[in-house]
Design a protein around this ligand. Structure first.
Ligand code: GLA
Length: 374
């Protein structure tokens, strides 16, 4: 194939934050919004990369001599994917790749993984290489970890490549076992709303790596391979260092919340008698608990997110929490659809009252994983 276009979605994570690199549970769903990579084979061994979101000269990189650190800025993601595909033994052709996106960047909805996965699929398509999606997720993650230099886990690439429409995906980041559970946001009078707080977050900043190191230290002291493999939150109390105790408590409890929500959503599907609002009320309560845990125990929240969560609850939402790595980005709220307009107004007013720039809103509808569109 000489030309093709692939779309890869962003994601929201219903539960399990900072659990992926601890080998715990995550429960993300793919969004309808995402990144499109349109690729045309090009003679020679160069990749010519353009993005509608970064107007200006195309970035041209040599396929055969890519090295971590050799490309910076947005183009490091597609270049890193080419590097990681080659490192995994797959052919990478010369190509012109045009990127377009309707995902906000820095909003904690995984625009980076959507970029990596759309480019990975487009390059594989041009090369005629059939790479299993789980393997492709690992390749895209390697691009981000080793080429871009962001020490992230596997949730984002897995969500972009493996989620199903109308479902959230429970992923065990230790065994990589996954279960699709029905999640009908956008239906049943229930809405999932992403509130972009306008504070950009950047994963290459040191705090994310610091949290990772603290979790590894806590696991070492507890004598377990990783915090996510612990299911009893009382184990965290064995740590004498109060900071490490808080970090461990967050990771263990967030994994447990991911399992609890997945089980409830599955049970609701099995039993037609289950009143839907009950499930969403329960899920919302766990979202709000998780926010408190991210704010107080893991200390990755930020003032705009804390205010947004409070406003959602006051305005009659089921619950809300920050999503993504933290220190900026978005809040995910679960709300009765009938309350959406009032909720948006209340959020905008609360931000204006603090002289913050207005929040942006994104409907979060559980959507399909990456797909070929041309
Ligand atoms: C970022 C990373 C993910 C994950 C989250 C926190 O989005 O890319 O791998 O660690 O932070 O849950």
């Amino acid at each position: 194939m000489r030309t093709c276009a692939w779309f890869a979605p962003g994601r929201a994570n219903l539960m399990g934050e900072h659990t992926d690199y601890n080998k715990g549970l995550v429960l993300p769903f793919a969004l309808a919004q995402g990144v499109t990579a349109t690729a045309v084979a090009r003679p020679g061994r160069l990749l010519e990369l353009r993005s509608r979101q970064a107007p200006g000269q195309p970035v041209t990189v040599p396929v055969d001599s890519l090295e971590p650190g050799s490309v910076t800025g947005w183009a490091a993601y597609p270049a890193g994917v080419a590097w990681a595909l080659r490192a995994a033994g797959y052919p990478v052709p010369g190509a012109c790749i045009d990127i377009d996106s309707d995902l906000p960047v820095g909003a904690g909805v995984s625009s980076s993984a959507a970029l990596e996965c759309s480019v990975a699929l487009a390059l594989c398509s041009l090369a005629g290489a059939a790479v299993p999606r789980r393997e492709l997720a690992a390749i895209a993650r390697r691009a981000e970890n080793e080429f871009v230099g962001a020490p992230t886990g596997i949730i984002d690439q897995s969500a972009a490549l493996l989620c199903r429409a109308g479902h959230a995906m429970l992923l065990d980041c230790d065994t990589l076992d996954l279960t699709h559970v029905p999640f009908r946001a956008g239906l049943d009078g229930i809405a999932a709303l992403i509130i972009d707080t306008g504070v950009p977050h950047a994963l290459v900043d040191g705090e994310y790596g610091r949290r990772r190191a603290e979790c590894e230290q806590a696991a070492r002291l507890l004598g377990v391979p990783s915090l996510g493999t612990v299911s009893d939150v009382a184990v965290a109390d064995l740590l004498t260092d109060p900071l490490l105790r808080r970090r461990a408590r967050h990771v263990i409890s967030d994994s447990a919340r991911a399992r609890a929500i997945a089980s409830a959503l599955q049970a609701a599907q099995a039993s037609q008698d289950e009143p839907e609002p009950g499930i969403y009320r329960f899920t919302g309560q766990l979202l709000t608990q998780a926010h408190a845990s991210l704010r107080d125990d893991f200390e990755v929240s930020w003032p705009e997110a804390d205010v947004a969560v409070d406003v959602v609850i006051e305005a009659g939402g089921y619950g809300a929490r920050m999503i993504g790595g933290g220190f900026g980005g978005s809040v995910l709220a679960l709300v009765p659809a009938s309350r959406l307009p009032a909720m948006r107004a209340a959020l905008t007013e609360a931000f204006a009252g603090r002289s913050w720039k207005p929040p942006e809103f994104l409907d979060a509808v559980p959507s399909a994983a990456a797909r070929q569109i041309a």
